[in-house]
Structures are given as structure tokens and as C-alpha cells.
Ligand binder design. Structure first.
Ligand code: NAD
Ligand code: LMR
Length: 336
């Protein structure tokens, strides 16, 4: 029996064996009924590494759970509705993916979402600290440059902070960069790998076009075009949707690509490397996005930025300035 809406008590530990007998992971999505949450839930139900999928939201999770549960894939799906079911949704989870929170409308910055989303992320992370402190957390809710520091402070307060297990999801920047660079080069985007470092808002999104694989070069005009387009990718979608939200489908794709990398790392696969916004010593800032290697304990290595060209060094200075204040805003939201 796959579908189960939990009462506020009852669920304790779930079986983490997939139906085919292989080990599977237990994954919760918080904000599962939203624009990102629904396609993300569908794609995670299709992931063979997932044996149990918990779908939590403050609205509409019963319908989404019923719908997803009819898919003939291995993961057992359970739905959870409202704050009093949060703890049951989180208990026993290996990976918690958080796309809960409001999205932008045209004219807004991601920071304009802070007032609403900071409180949502705080509450959800308090639940993680209490119910599954060893889980890997993939934080999608914006502004990521502030919500990741918020999550870290919540975990520090509860004595559960493990910097190896908290990852701000910047995968969509990489997905976009791969797509736009492939268009310029006239090659298949699946052959392209663009490191995107810094953070996840405007000038803090810093594509390292000098380090693209396969090795290639760009004219100054192409470099400008690509950098600006990658930095404004989110705004491009917000404007195209004209008030109906921000990126959801490409974000769900990116979130699943990233979650799958985390699960492969947990399984013990070698050489799993992705960019993410994490607690870091790569720069003087306490958080920074760069390439990380994922393993059984979460982040097992954070790679340095590598050689930057003059254009990228100027970009890095701008990114660090904005990032410093976004990080500080998140930290002081909890410390105040
Ligand atoms: P949405 O409004 O469609 O969905 C958000 C969902 O969160 C809703 O179902 C809502 O009920 C739920 N929610 C609200 N408060 C909650 C709470 N306390 N607990 C659990 N669920 C709660 O929005 P969306 O388009 O899915 O975007 C969600 C967030 O993701 C936004 O903040 C958006 O800016 C961000 N986002 C981040 C990236 C990224 O690259 N990191 C990309 C796209 C969107
Ligand atoms: C994105 O990059 O698409 C997201 O951060 C959503 C947004 O507000 O742009």
C-alpha cells in the first residue's frame, strides 16, 4: 500500500528497503504541493534510489500524494498536511528537500521574499533539527544567500549543525549556464559543464566561463552576453510568467539532478561533484557556492575556485560584497 496520509501521531521509523530488496533512501519534500514541489515529487517518485517519499505542505498535499502514488515506481509515498504533521513527515529521513515559500513576481528581487520565507525556513529547519538531525538538507527557498545562513543558525542553536549536510541549491544556475553556453558553442548541452560559483542572486551568480568543459574560448561580447544572461536567468522566467510565479519546471529538474547527486554520494559512489552554496573557507565569507564532492557523510571536499581571469576577478569582488550583506541578514534574523 503506497498511499498514506499520516495522522498527527503514528509514523515512527519507516522501512528503508526498496521493494526490489536494494537499499533505498528516505526523502521528504517540504512545500511539496507548490509549483516546484509537484514536479519535484513526481521526478523523485521516479528515482530508483528513493524507497520512501514524504510529501509535506500546509495545503493540498493529500491530492498531490494521491496523484503521485498511482505511479508504478518503487518508492512508497506518504502525505503530510499542516504544521502538526511536520514531525511525522521528517522522522527517519535521509534527505530533506525544501522548496517551501513564496516566489517572486515581476519587479521583485529575491531579497524581497526574505520577510515571508525566512520564518518558513526557520520553522522547517527547527523540525529537521528535532526529527532528523543527520539528514542532508537541500535548501531551495529564496533568497538562498540568506536562507542557508538562517538554516545554519537554527541548527547551531539546537546543537545539530553539521556544515557537511547543509546545501543551498544553486544547480539551476549551472543548468542554465550549460544550456546557454551550449547554444553559443553550437553543441549538445549534455556535453557542457560550466562551474557557477558565489551565490544565487544577480551579481552573486558568477559563471566561470574560463573553466568551461570542454575547453573553449569566448569573445568579450560572448562573455558579457553569457554572464548577464546566466545572472538574470531567474528574472527572465519571472517576467515571462508575468505574475504567475518563477521557475518551477526547470527548477524541479535541477533539484532532482542535485538530489540524485546527494543520494549517489550517500550510497558511496565515487567522484560525485556538483556546485552548491555551502559553509565554506574558499573565500573569507562564511558561505560560498563552489564545486563540492558529495559522499557518504554529505560534503566531503570543497574545491577551490581555480584560476580566474581578470573579468571573473572583478565579478568575484562584486559577488562577495553583495553576498556578505545577504549572509549577515540571514544570521542576524536568528541571532537578533
Ligand atoms: P509556490 O508558491 O508555487 O509553492 C510554494 C509551496 O510552499 C506552496 O505549496 C505553499 O503552500 C508551501 N508552503 C508555504 N509555507 C509553507 C510552510 N510553512 N511549510 C510547508 N510548505 C509551505 O512557489 P514555488 O514556485 O514552488 O517556489 C518556492 C520557492 O523556491 C520560492 O521561494 C522561490 O523563490 C524558490 N526558488 C528557488 C530556486 C533556486 O534556484 N534555489 C529556483 C526557483 C524557485
Ligand atoms: C531562479 O533562479 O529561477 C529562482 O531563484 C527564482 C527566482 O526568483 O528567480
Amino acid at each position: 500500500m503506497g498511499l498514506k496520509m499520516e495522522e498527527s501521531s503514528g509514523l515512527q521509523q519507516v522501512n528503508c528497503r526498496a521493494k526490489d530488496g536494494s537499499a533505498g533512501f528516505r526523502v521528504a519534500i517540504l512545500g511539496a504541493a507548490g509549483g516546484i514541489g509537484q514536479p519535484l515529487a513526481m521526478l523523485m517518485k521516479m528515482n530508483p534510489l528513493v524507497s520512501v517519499l514524504h510529501l509535506y505542505d500546509v495545503v493540498n498535499s493529500p491530492g498531490v500524494t494521491a496523484d503521485i502514488s498511482h505511479m508504478d515506481t518503487g518508492a512508497v509515498v506518504r502525505g503530510f498536511l499542516g504544521q502538526n504533521q511536520l514531525e511525522n513527515a521528517l522522522t527517519g529521513m535521509d534527505l530533506v528537500i525544501i522548496p517551501a515559500g513564496v516566489p517572486r513576481k515581476p519587479g521583485m528581487t529575491r531579497d524581497d521574499l526574505f520577510n515571508i520565507n525566512a520564518g518558513i525556513v526557520k520553522t522547517l529547519c527547527e523540525g529537521v533539527a528535532k526529527c532528523c538531525p543527520k539528514a542532508i538538507v537541500n535548501l531551495i527557498s529564496n533568497p538562498v544567500n540568506s536562507t542557508v545562513p538562517i538554516a545554519a543558525e537554527v541548527f547551531k542553536k539546537s546543537g545539530t549543525f553539521d556544515p557537511k549536510r547543509l546545501l543551498g541549491v544553486t544547480m539551476l544556475d549551472v543548468v542554465r549556464a550549460n544550456t546557454f553556453v551550449a547554444e553559443v558553442l553550437g553543441i549538445d548541452p549534455r556535453e557542457v559543464d560550466v562551474p557557477v560559483v558565489g551565490g544565487h542572486a544577480g551579481v552573486t551568480i558568477l559563471p566561470l566561463l574560463s573553466q568551461v568543459k570542454p575547453p573553449c574560448s569566448f569573445t568579450p561580447e560572448e562573455t558579457d552576453y553569457l554572464t548577464v544572461r546566466i545572472q538574470n536567468g531567474g528574472t527572465e522566467i519571472v517576467e515571462a510568467k508575468a505574475g504567475a510565479g518563477s521557475a518551477t519546471l526547470s527548477m524541479a529538474y535541477a533539484a532532482v539532478k542535485f538530489a540524485d547527486a546527494c543520494l549517489r554520494g550517500l550510497r558511496g559512489d565515487a567522484g560525485v561533484v556538483q556546485c552548491a552554496f555551502v559553509a565554506s573557507q574558499v573565500t573569507e565569507l562564511p558561505f560560498f557556492a563552489s564545486k563540492v564532492r558529495l559522499g557518504r557523510t554529505g560534503i566531503e571536499e570543497i574545491y577551490p575556485l581555480g584560476p580566474l581571469n581578470a573579468y571573473e576577478r572583478i565579478g568575484l569582488d562584486k559577488a562577495k560584497k553583495e553576498l556578505a550583506s545577504s549572509i549577515e541578514k540571514g544570521v542576524s534574523f536568528i541571532k537578533k
